[in-house]
Every structure is written in C-alpha cells, then in structure tokens.
Design a protein around this ligand. Structure first.
Ligand code: NI
Length: 157
C-alpha cells in the first residue's frame, strides 16, 4: 500500500476530534438523544461508543507492535451501549477521544515499513496487519460522522 494511503488514514485520525465536536457540541440534550429508529443509536450513544471503540483500537494498534501475531480483544458493543454511562454528558468521552487520537497520530507517524506489516488476528475478521487496523478505524470515524449527519438530516439540525 502506498505511503499516501497511510498518510490519509493518519490525517483522518488527526482531524476526527475536531470533526466530531463540530457535529455534536452545538446539539441540545434533546437532540443528542434523538434516534432515526428504535434499533439505532442516538448521537450521545455514538459518542460514548466511539470512546470505547477507540480505546479498543489502542490495544489493536499496540499489541502487534510488541507481540507475535496477538489475538485482539473484542466486546459486545450493543451490550456496552445499554449501560448507564452511555447516558452521560459527552465531555468525558470527547476528552478520551481527543487524547487517544493525539496518541494514535504520534504512534502511527513513528512506524517503520516493517511495523506497518506486523500481523494481528481478529477473532471475527481474521488475519490483519497494523495498516488494516488503521484503515478500519479511519473508516469507523467517517461512518459514524455520516451516521450522525443522517440523524441531523432526519430531525432538521
Ligand atoms: Ni462503531
């Protein structure tokens, strides 16, 4: 994969805290709890999910740098979203995301060609490498911004 692709993933991760805050900080508490369907998360739940998911990303980036083809931990994201902390104000999760993403950028910018290729196994997605992890989380950032914009489009904010 050309270095330009990796630079794009890093840039997406760098910009994400600003993009996310631009979408959610103007919202009222009522807007943060709107859902397009019963089965869909509200913007508030999405922000808390992003904090949990990207804490998990930290393991997925780091374990393969120092361990031989580690199996990364997984979790039930729907079950996690039903716990009380997913109803909290956004502040703590926005801080987690901002701090984590600064760490991701510093870490990924330091990687050698060889380190980008370090293998890591995901119990559901199979054999991956560090670059695959970066691609997946850059996509995760974009997908959830789109998901929140869809809530805004439905409710007119
Ligand atoms: Ni997600």
């Amino acid at each position: 994969m050309p270095a330009a692709e990796r630079a794009r993933y890093i840039q997406t991760l760098r910009e994400f805290p600003d993009r996310l805050e631009a979408v959610v900080l103007p919202l009222s508490d009522a807007q943060l709890d709107q859902r397009v369907a019963e089965s869909e998360w509200s913007p508030r739940q999405i922000v808390h999910h992003l904090a949990d998911s990207h804490m998990s990303a930290n393991f997925r980036f780091r374990l393969p740098l120092d361990e031989d083809n580690p199996v990364v931990p997984t979790y039930d994201q729907e079950a996690w979203s039903r716990h009380a902390d997913y109803a909290m104000p956004l502040g703590p999760s926005l801080l987690i995301i901002r701090g984590l993403h600064q760490r991701f950028v510093a870490l990924l910018e330091s990687l050698t060609e060889e380190q980008w290729r370090h293998p890591v196994r995901h119990p559901e997605h199979g054999q991956l490498d560090v670059e695959d992890i970066a691609r997946r989380y850059a996509g995760h950032c974009d997908n959830h911004i789109q998901q929140m914009n869809a809530v805004g489009a439905k409710f007119g904010w």
